[in-house]
Ligand binder design. Structure first.
Ligand code: NAD
Length: 476
C-alpha cells in the first residue's frame, strides 16, 4: 500500500523544513539547532475515578526557546504521542515567528478520549495534569503558556489557570499562565472564534490578490465560492459560519467523524452544528446527502477545501484525487509531505497551516498581554474616542441646520461612526492586521523568488529567517 511510505507527522514537518532551508544560507549548525525539539517531558500520573486508580500519559514538548515564554496548545485525544506533540511544537515555533507573536514553540497533549468522562472527572484529570506540568515550570506566565487545542476549550483552560493560581498564590500574573480562558476567568473577547476568524481573514486577504487567485485557477470574489469543511469543531465551525454568513461562500459539504453531509444547495452551518451536538454526529441530518465514508468527500469538486480536524488526512493515498482549487489548512498538518508534493504538481494552491490557523495564537498573544497589563483593551480610550466623534457629528449637524437641512447624516453611518471600539472590535482589528501582514510577507517571497513555487516554502523561509536572526542576536 502506498500509505506505507508515508513519513510520520514529525518527519513530514522536518521534510518541509528541509525543503525550505535548502534554499537558505544558514550554517549547518544553526539549521540543526532550529530543527530539533529542545525537550519533551513525558508524565504518567494516576487519578482515582469510579473506585479505581486510572493512569494517564501526557506530554509537554518545547521546540524552541529563542523567545520565552514558549507557547502552544494542549490536546486531548487518544492519538496523542511524542512524535505528534513534537511536530506540533515545531509548527508553533514557525507559526509564532511568522505572525510576530513573541513566543517560542511548545505543545502538549494527554492520551484521553474526553467524551468518555464526566465533567467532574475531567476536572480532576486536568487539574492533576496541570499540577504535574506547573511544578516543573511547564505551565508558567513567563516560561510556558498553554492554550486550547483539539479536545480542550475554555473550561479546561479555566481549570488550568485556577490550579496554577492555587500553587502560586502570590503570583500577580498568575492568570497569564494559560490563554483561551473564559471571559470571566481572565479571558479575552474573541478568543473562541479566533482561529476560525483567522481562516476567514486569510481567505479574504488571498482574494485581494488576483495574481494569487489566478495561480489557483480562481477569479472574482469569495462570494459564491463553494467550500468543503472537514471537522465542525471550534476551528471548522467558526470558519464555515463566518465564510457562509458574512462572505457569501456556499458550504456544500461538511465531513465529521461519522460521515459527511453533501448538499449542492449549501448547508446551514448553525443548524448542522446544533444537529451534531444533539445527535453526536451528522448522520440522519434531514437535508442533503449522507456519505458514510466521509473522507471520500475530501476528493469532491469545490473551490476551497478546509481540512479543520486532524493531521495527515490528505496523503499519498488520496492526494491525486483531490479536486479543490485552493486548500486552506485550518488544522495542523492535514497534508503529509508526500501529499503536499502531489498537490503542488497538480497546481493546487495550499495556504499552509502555520499561517492559516495562526489566528488562535495571535489572539492568545493579546490575551496574555491583557493579563499582564491587568486591564481590558479599549477601557481607557473608548469613551474618549466616542466624544471626539460626537464633536464632528455635532458640527456637521449644525452645518446641515444652517443650510436649511438640505442634507442629513445617514442614521446608520452615525451609529457606526459614534461607537468607540470595544475589546472585541480591537481584537478583530489586531487579528485582521496580523493575518494581512503575515500573508504579504509570504507572498512577497512566493512571487519574488524563482526557486520558491509554493506558499508553504515561502512561509518557512520567512519564519526560519526570523528565528535564525533571533538566535544570532542572542549569540546562541
Ligand atoms: P475540536 O476538538 O474543537 O474539533 C475537531 C473536530 O473534528 C470535531 O468536530 C471532531 O468531531 C472532528 N473530527 C475528529 N476526527 C475526525 C475525522 N476523522 N473526520 C472528520 N472530523 C473529525 O478541535 P479544534 O480546536 O477545532 O482543532 C482542530 C484542528 O485545528 C487541530 O488540528 C488543531 O491543532 C488545530 N488548531 C486549533 C486551534 C484552536 O484555537 N482551537 C488553533 C490552531 C490550530
Amino acid at each position: 500500500m502506498s500509505n506505507l511510505k508515508e513519513p510520520s507527522f514529525r518527519e513530514s514537518v522536518d521534510l518541509m523544513f528541509n525543503r525550505a532551508v535548502a534554499l537558505m544560507d544558514l550554517s549547518p549548525g544553526l539549521e540543526e539547532k532550529i530543527r530539533v525539539c529542545n525537550a519533551t517531558y513525558t508524565v504518567r500520573f494516576g487519578v482515582r475515578l469510579r473506585g479505581a486508580i486510572h493512569t494517564f500519559t501526557g506530554y509537554r514538548s518545547v521546540h524552541s526557546e529563542h523567545m520565552e515564554p514558549v507557547k502552544g496548545g494542549i490536546r486531548y485525544s487518544l492519538g496523542v504521542n511524542q512524535d505528534e506533540v513534537e511536530a506540533l511544537a515545531a509548527l508553533m515555533t514557525y507559526k509564532c515567528a511568522l505572525v510576530e507573536a513573541p513566543f517560542g514553540g511548545s505543545k502538549g497533549g494527554l492520551c484521553i478520549d474526553p467524551r468518555q468522562y464526566e465533567e467532574h472527572e475531567l476536572e480532576l484529570i486536568t487539574r492533576r495534569f496541570a499540577y504535574e506540568l506547573a511544578k516543573r515550570d511547564l505551565i508558567h506566565p513567563s516560561q510556558n503558556v498553554p492554550a486550547p487545542d483539539m479536545g480542550t476549550g475554555e473550561r479546561e483552560m479555566a481549570w488550568i489557570a485556577d490550579q496554577y493560581a492555587r500553587m502560586n498564590t502570590t503570583d500577580i500574573n498568575a492568570r497569564a499562565c494559560v490563554t483561551g480562558k473564559p471571559l470571566n476567568a481572565g479571558g479575552i473577547a474573541g478568543r473562541v472564534e479566533a482561529t476560525g476568524r483567522g481562516v476567514q481573514y486569510a481567505l479574504q486577504e488571498f482574494f485581494r490578490h488576483p495574481e494569487d487567485m489566478a495561480k489557483a485557477g480562481l477569479s472574482g470574489k469569495l462570494d459564491g465560492k463553494t467550500v468543503i469543511v472537514q471537522g465542525l469543531g471550534n476551528v471548522g465551525y467558526h470558519a464555515a459560519k463566518f465564510l457562509s454568513e458574512e462572505d457569501g461562500c456556499k458550504v456544500i459539504a461538511v465531513i465529521e467523524r461519522d460521515g459527511a453531509i453533501h448538499d449542492e444547495n449549501g448547508i446551514d452551518i448553525e443548524e448542522l452544528r446544533n444537529w451534531i451536538s444533539r445527535h453526536d454526529g451528522v448522520s440522519g441530518y434531514p437535508t442533503g446527502r449522507y456519505v458514510k465514508e466521509g473522507s471520500k468527500v475530501l476528493e469532491e469538486k469545490c473551490d476551497i477545501l478546509i481540512p479543520a480536524a486532524l493531521e495527515g488526512v490528505i496523503n499519498l493515498s488520496n492526494a491525486a484525487n483531490v479536486k479543490a482549487k485552493l486548500i486552506i489548512e485550518a488544522a495542523n498538518g492535514p497534508i503529509t509531505a508526500g501529499g503536499d508534493e502531489i498537490l503542488r504538481k497538480k497546481g493546487i494552491v495550499i495556504i499552509p497551516d502555520m499561517y492559516a490557523n495562526a489566528g488562535g495564537v495571535t489572539v492568545s498573544y493579546f490575551e496574555w498581554v491583557k493579563n499582564l497589563s491587568h486591564i481590558r483593551f479599549g477601557r481607557m480610550q473608548r469613551r474618549q474616542e466616542e466624544s471626539r466623534h460626537q464633536l464632528v457629528v455635532d458640527e456637521l449637524e449644525k452645518l446641515s441646520e444652517s443650510l436649511g437641512k438640505t442634507w442629513t447624516l445617514d442614521p446608520k453611518f452615525k451609529e457606526k461612526y459614534l461607537k468607540g471600539a470595544g475589546e472585541l472590535e480591537l481584537v478583530r482589528s489586531g487579528l485582521d492586521d496580523t493575518m494581512r501582514t503575515a500573508y504579504q510577507s509570504m507572498r512577497e517571497v512566493w512571487h519574488e523568488r524563482d526557486d520558491v513555487t509554493d506558499l508553504r516554502t515561502a512561509a518557512y523561509l520567512v519564519s526560519i529567517a526570523k528565528v535564525a536572526a533571533s538566535y544570532r542576536a542572542k549569540g546562541l
